[in-house]
Design a protein around this ligand. Structure first.
Ligand code: NAD
Length: 303
């Protein structure tokens, strides 16, 4: 299992670190236009390999290092500055994606492409369009979506209710961004529904939507939790787990069109295997449509 990571910034490096510790791959490649940065991060990781499951870490500033990768994770590109929304990054990061995807498919002919670069739903859509032109099945092109946001929500609920985070079942769906919504109607702890008021639920969703802004204000980037979230998705693909995760994939909405957004999806060796038919109430369906509209508007702006 060869995993190539495009971008050796805070996020790419955290994904490499989490993946190495968890033994997700036999080989991890870190590629970045900034060769000195990539080389430094690779050396730093290599110096800890005595302490993790067997893995080779290599790479640099030559895309050739990604040849025959089974999975390519794209983290390269512009990141949010304090106060900036993810959608404001769409133009620059879509252009980068259109340039990168054909070159990647040229050297790694049948990969799963996993986008993390923001705005991840827009970039995943653009990546799918480019990949399809190169003959790659778009189910093999996915985004990290709201796996991270869902983990944020579950952590907050677990803390409030004093239960293990693994016993909290609740998902964030839609855009990985300001229009994301929580599926409160099916949220439960060990089968018991949540007993929170409407205003408590609204406050909680507001906090999850704004979590990244708070972290970026404090440390300039979010990287550790996205590193772990992405390693989780990589393990599901590498081990053909058929794990259900809210990754970003292609969905069609009547009157809106096609977008990429997150709904719980079965993830396996082929990328997105199937979308789970999650029950939603009318309010949640309307929220999901509003999220799809926001993403579609951003896609149209970069098309
Ligand atoms: P960063 O600035 O630390 O790193 C980005 C790296 O990309 C830099 O090292 C740069 O040299 C490299 N790069 C730029 N263009 C490149 C290209 N064409 N080819 C190869 N390398 C290139 O940024 P970061 O903090 O690592 O964030 C990276 C991206 O991840 C941003 O778009 C950020 O918004 C996003 N992000 C997504 C999530 C999520 O949940 N999806 C979470 C956190 C961050």
């Amino acid at each position: 299992m060869k995993i190539a990571i495009i971008g050796a910034g805070t996020v790419g490096t955290a994904i490499a670190y989490a993946s190495a510790i968890q033994g997700v791959a036999d080989e991890i490649v870190l590629y970045d236009l900034n060769g000195a940065k990539a080389t430094a991060e690779i050396l730093d990781l290599q110096h800890g390999l005595q302490f993790v499951p067997s893995v080779q870490v290599q790479g640099g500033s030559e895309l050739e290092a990604c040849r025959n990768a089974d999975i390519v994770v794209i983290t390269a590109g512009a990141k949010q500055q304090p106060g900036q929304t993810r959608l404001e990054l769409a133009g620059a990061n879509s252009a980068m994606t259109r340039d990168l995807v054909p070159r990647l498919i040229d050297i790694a002919p049948d990969p799963v492409l996993l986008f993390v670069t923001n705005p991840v739903d827009v970039v995943t859509f653009v990546g799918q369009e480019s990949a399809a032109e190169c003959g790659l099945d778009i189910n093999r092109v996915i985004g990290s979506g709201t796996v991270l946001d869902t983990s944020r929500l579950r952590h907050r609920l677990a803390t409030d209710l004093s239960v293990a985070v693994s016993s909290v079942h609740a998902s964030i769906v839609g855009e990985h961004g300001d229009s994301e919504i929580a599926l409160w109607s099916t949220a439960n702890v060990g089968g018991a529904p949540l007993s929170l008021s409407e205003s408590e639920l609204a406050d909680l969703l507001h906090e999850i939507r704004h979590a990244a802004y708070r972290i970026i204000e404090g440390k300039g980037a979010t990287n550790l939790a996205i590193g772990l979230s992405t390693a989780r998705i990589l393990a599901a693909i590498a081990n053909d787990e058929r794990a259900v995760l809210p990754i970003s994939t292609r969905h069609s909405f009547e009157g809106i069109g096609d977008v990429c957004l997150s709904i719980p999806t079965i993830v396996g060796r082929g990328g997105a295997v199937a979308v789970v038919d999650v029950p939603m109430n009318e309010h949640e369906r309307a929220g999901l449509r509003a999220s799809a509209t926001a993403i579609r508007t951003a896609i149209d702006a970069v098309s």
